[in-house]
Write a protein of this length. Sequence first.
Length: 94
Amino acid sequence: MSTIEIAMPGEKPLHDILRGLVSKQQYDLWFSSIEVLAAGPDGVQLAVANPFIRDWLSTYYAEVLRAAVRACGGPDAPLELTLAPQVEAELPTL
């Protein structure tokens, strides 16, 4: 699955914004696997590689993610972090 970038014409895509907001080490560790699944007036849905990254970003980097979405022209709407579809399919059921 390719990454869909949130960007308005002439604006920087989400990953470029994120690289400017955090250190290279933080970007590589926490943000590089983010994929934009949906973006619209009802909200932005970002997918991450695993549950730990989802929980860490929600706890420690939610404001950075919101700022990045706004900076690249995304809506000022709810932000949802979810697991990438291929990861969710691989999780064991209990």
